[in-house]
Design a protein around this ligand. Structure first.
Ligand code: URA
Length: 269
């Protein structure tokens, strides 16, 4: 029985190098350091993106374009390979963000991930490195992942927009619209079973524009064969650790539980 659980856990993460143990075995309820605060003296100066927990996107911002699958009109329909998609995104000039950014932050992780995380858009550190969530918000995300038994390399991490908005502003509706086919193509290729929505922009864009993170965090939504979990953006948590860190951690425990249930019910391979 135990071996079966171990096998299920290993098949969940195709490239896992984790020691053999079941999904819930040996996990500490609260990981070392998670409630100590994120330090990083240098990176403390970093301006955090994602403070938009309660803002409502302007009318027509996003959800109207959600059902629009990348289709023939924008030439994404033939792409089933993340590497090829990345090349296409690097060439993208569909909005003005590319001009102000150093480069494209495509997203990273396991191309067969069962769980995908969607943030807002790259910040300064992400723009410099070309990798999503590597600044202070990313450090917190990594701790949250560990605390729920995930490793960053087992999941896929992406953003609504792939280029850094200037001055860490919220991406504008036309920028979201222009970039959304990239994310939709990533979702189509990766086929995650669960998407974790980090903050308001991804929640309102991918599920429902009326969602409010402060009210709706911790809730699950089901759409087109995918379970969506709304939670805080890690940058918002860093701004208000006293009130938001534990709820976010609880959301990650709920994520772990949901995935374990899906694995047990054989609803994911
Ligand atoms: N904030 C985001 O929304 N995404 C990142 O990649 C980094 C910070």
């Amino acid at each position: 029985m135990k071996n079966k659980a171990v096998l299920e856990q290993r098949s969940l993460f195709q490239s896992s190098e984790e020691p053999e143990r079941s999904a819930s075995e040996g996990r500490k309820p609260e990981p070392l350091g998670l409630f100590d605060g994120i330090d990083g003296s240098e990176s403390k100066k970093e301006v955090l993106t994602g403070p938009y927990e309660d803002k409502v996107l302007p009318a027509g911002a996003s959800c109207e374009i959600y059902p629009r699958e990348p289709g023939p009109e924008n030439g994404w329909e033939g792409i089933w390979d993340l590497g090829e998609l990345r090349e296409r995104v690097i060439q993208c000039t569909r909005c003005g963000l590319r001009k102000g950014a150093r480069g494209v932050v495509f997203g990273e992780g396991n191309p067969h991930a069962r769980v995908m995380f969607v943030g807002e858009g790259p910040g300064a550190t992400e723009d410099e490195t070309g990798r999503p969530f590597v600044g202070r918000a990313g450090q917190l995300l990594d701790l949250m992942l560990k605390s729920s038994g995930f490793d960053r390399k087992d999941v896929f991490i992406a953003n609504i927009v792939k280029c850094r908005p200037p001055d860490n502003r919220l991406p504008l509706p036309p920028e979201v619209e222009a970039c959304l086919p990239h994310l939709m193509a990533q979702i189509r290729i990766i086929k995650p079973r669960i998407i974790v929505l980090l903050g308001a922009l991804s929640s309102q864009t991918l599920v429902d524009p009326s969602l409010r993170v402060t009210r709706d965090r911790g809730k699950w939504f089901h759409k087109n064969g995918i379970d969506y979990l709304v939670t805080y953006h890690p940058a918002a948590v860093l701004r208000d650790e006293a009130h938001k860190k534990r709820p976010m951690w609880e959301d990650f425990q709920s994520l772990r539980k949901r995935l374990d249930e899906l694995l047990r019910s054989k609803d994911v391979e």
